[in-house]
Design a protein. Structure first.
Length: 70
């Protein structure tokens, strides 16, 4: 099993580390610009699905930590 982590950065993107394939809605592979890569969580990136740093400019405030129970 691949060792992949997705970390929610404080008031920022999801940082994806490891050997993972990112697919678009049609199932086509999307090549990240670099690895590890960051996925936009604020919804304001002009390079979705990747983070372009806009979250800092708009003062994005992420929700508190994810619930620990499924
Ligand atoms: S999280 Fe960085 S631009 Fe959206």
């Amino acid at each position: 099993m691949a060792d992949v982590t997705i970390k929610a950065l404080p008031n920022g993107p999801y940082l994806v580390e490891g050997d993972v394939t990112l697919l678009d809605p049609t199932g086509q592979a999307v090549v990240p610009p670099k690895r590890p890569f960051a996925l936009c969580r604020c919804g304001s990136s002009s390079k979705k699905p990747f983070c372009d740093g806009t979250h800092s400019k708009i003062g994005f405030q992420a929700a508190d930590a994810a619930p620990q129970t499924p």
